[in-house]
Design a protein around this ligand. Structure first.
Ligand code: SDX
Length: 382
């Protein structure tokens, strides 16, 4: 092993490496605690809004009323997509993956932002506002386009959650539905240096730009080991079909050593506190919308997993009950991960701005395990 690597250690998956300092999210994986800037996630889910939580994550404190009104106004002023982005979305194939559509359109937003490459904090907060405000419109516009429906203009009289459901469905959501989605956005807004946030940090740390960083983060979130798991949970529930089939189906998955979507976590070795909240939420929404079969199936799966792997520290994570919640909210299955991206846009942008305030290029070493002193063999001799 060469000298420059000798003093370093190989940490596969960086599972035991601290790669950043942050004052945004505190995660206690042993006791199942999540705080945003010191405030317990349960308190925020009960009392806050996604917009207020976004202010908290970006500014390190709760806003006063004037500050919250100012942020709400700034976000709503940015709901509308540039016409060029609408035209671009209309060129996307109807069978394109929504996360590919989202990643493409978010990257393309840079082409319409004269400040795209300005990296001072003020410009980045303005871009963060544009990104948080416009991501819902991208997701809704693509879904309307692929469904052969007219794209619905945003309504600046509504908050982000209500406006998203308005643009998606073309009708005003009920208070219950809007509040449920708002709470989901709060629960998904930030979570330390998870894979997609870390991706965004690697990109911004090169002094690239916020749009490039967000496009990278969306790519990382898409994976089924990360944000794609909520879609994977729904597909698993659909594949199993009914509660009578669960026990045999789960045994087969165990026999095949399959990873069960919505369970396990790199940090939580206890119940994910977001899952605690989402489980209660899922039940209420499932009851209201005739989806109790999904909730009951999920509960049975949780019982089986509890018996099988709880001792290994494998519990439901944020994605397990968000699947039933999103389905009950009427979201299509392949819009679950885009929903995650809409929420995490506030965390991703906040972490990038935090990184730039005390930046250092992120470039870990690698331990070379290939051959040395190999000859160049001419083609005629190969
Ligand atoms: C998110 O990091 C974050 O903060 C992410 C997130 C956020 O808010 O940003 O919380 C959101 O991504 C939640 C996680 C969503 N992913 C899934 O639900 C996919 C299923 N989960 C697993 O793939 C897994 O639990 C990971 C990827 C989430 C974490 O895996 P690790 O830390 O790399 O651990 P591992 O895969 O090495 O597993 C350790 C052991 C293994 O058993 P052994 O080989 O030691 O016997 O636990 C087992 C694994 O087989 N295991 C599972 C399992 N998860 C881990 N076994 C069955 N089903 C599972 N889901």
């Amino acid at each position: 092993m060469s000298a420059d690597v000798a003093e370093k250690h190989f940490d596969k998956g960086l599972a035991n490496t601290i790669a950043a300092e942050s004052s945004m999210s505190y995660i206690d994986g042993v006791n199942g605690i999540l705080e945003y800037v010191g405030i317990d996630i349960d308190q925020l889910a009960r009392n806050s809004t996604f917009e207020e939580t976004t202010f908290l994550l970006w500014n390190g404190r709760l806003p006063n009323q004037a500050e919250l009104d100012e942020l709400n106004a700034a976000l709503r002023a940015e709901y509308t997509l540039p016409s060029g982005i609408i035209d671009l979305i209309k060129t996307f194939p109807a069978d394109a993956a929504p996360m590919h559509a989202l990643q493409t359109a978010v990257a393309a937003l840079a082409l319409h932002d004269p400040e795209a490459d300005v990296n001072d904090p003020e410009a980045n907060i303005r871009k963060a506002i544009r990104l948080v405000a416009k991501t819902p419109a991208v997701v809704a516009a693509f879904d309307r386009h692929r469904s052969g429906k007219d794209i619905v203009d945003p309504d600046p009289s509504m908050d982000i959650a209500s406006n998203f459901l308005w643009m998606l469905n073309g009708e005003k959501p009920t208070e219950t539905m809007a509040r449920a989605l708002d709470v989901c956005l709060i629960l998904h807004a930030d979570h330390g240096t998870n894979a997609s946030t870390f991706t965004s940090l690697v990109i911004i740390a090169t002094l690239s730009d916020l749009y490039s960083s967000m496009a990278g983060a969306i790519g990382a979130l898409r994976g089924p080991l990360h944000g794609g798991a909520n879609e994977g949970v729904m597909r698993m529930l659909e594949e199993i079909g009914d509660i009578e089939s669960i026990d045999a189906a789960m045994q087969k998955k165990f026999d095949n050593k399959e990873k069960i979507m919505g369970f396990g976590h790199r940090v939580y070795k206890a119940y994910d506190p977001r899952a605690t909240y989402l489980k209660t939420f899922a039940r209420g929404l499932a009851e209201d919308t005739g989806n109790m079969n999904l909730y009951e199936m999920s509960s049975r799966i949780e019982e089986i997993m509890n018996e099988a792997v709880a001792a290994k520290g494998i519990f439901p994570n944020v994605d397990f009950y968000s699947a039933t919640t999103y389905w009950s909210l009427g979201l299509k299955l392949d819009l679950f991960t885009p929903m995650f991206a809409i929420a995490r846009m506030s965390g991703w942008t906040g972490h990038c701005i935090e990184q730039l305030a005390d930046n250092k290029l992120i470039r870990p070493g690698s331990s070379y395990i290939g051959p040395h002193e190999m000859p160049y063999v001419p083609m005629s001799e190969r």
